[in-house]
Design a protein around this ligand. Structure first.
Ligand code: FES
Length: 175
């Protein structure tokens, strides 16, 4: 009887120790697998785009890529373009205005046109003034999307880069 009991206790101890050895790695694996699904994309944040000196003070917008590390559900991508903005400043001003380069109609990139006198979208021909105002008639339901912009003490132009829903009249940030 004591032998049977000892055998039972030995098996029980082996099961407990085996379980203790297996559960943590399995739990860690599950956490790593499921965590990206619960992780939400962060709120828009200011990102350095260029030096103030790289934005000529002639009132003509210039296009700049927005570069950032990007993370999708399971993979991280280091420093790659995630979008583009147009930056513009007036003569002698240190204030910079920023517009998203993404067309509000259906998401194509707008281009400078008519010898830098306006923006035009190559996809369906929406046109915009240099400050992003809509030129009618236009398939785009709203003007180009303005973005918050600031110049840091180090002379870096930083843009609060956001994306907005296309095809609607209201400017609504995508989640
Ligand atoms: S996507 Fe720009 S006009 Fe349609």
């Amino acid at each position: 009887m004591p032998d049977e009991r000892r055998g039972f206790l030995t098996k029980l101890l082996a099961m407990v120790c085996g379980g203790a050895a297996v559960v943590p790695p399995v739990a860690a694996g599950l956490w790593a697998f499921l965590d990206p699904l619960s992780r939400r994309s962060g709120a828009a944040r200011f990102m350095p785009v260029t030096e103030l000196s790289a934005v000529p003070d002639d009132g003509i917008p210039r296009q700049f890529a927005v570069i950032s590390d990007r993370v999708d559900a399971w993979t991280g991508f280091a420093a790659e373009p995630i979008g583009a903005v147009y930056l513009r400043r007036e003569k002698g001003s240190d204030m910079v205005e920023a517009l998203s380069a993404t067309c509000p109609h259906a998401g194509c990139f707008v281009e400078m046109a008519d010898a830098n006198r306006c923006f035009r979208c190559p996809c369906h021909n929406s046109a915009f003034t240099l400050d992003g105002g809509i030129v009618h008639p236009s398939p785009s339901p709203r003007p180009m999307d303005g973005l918050e912009c600031r110049v840091g003490k180090n002379g870096q132009v930083e843009v609060k880069f956001e994306k907005f829903r296309a095809g609607i009249a209201d400017k609504v940030a995508t989640a």
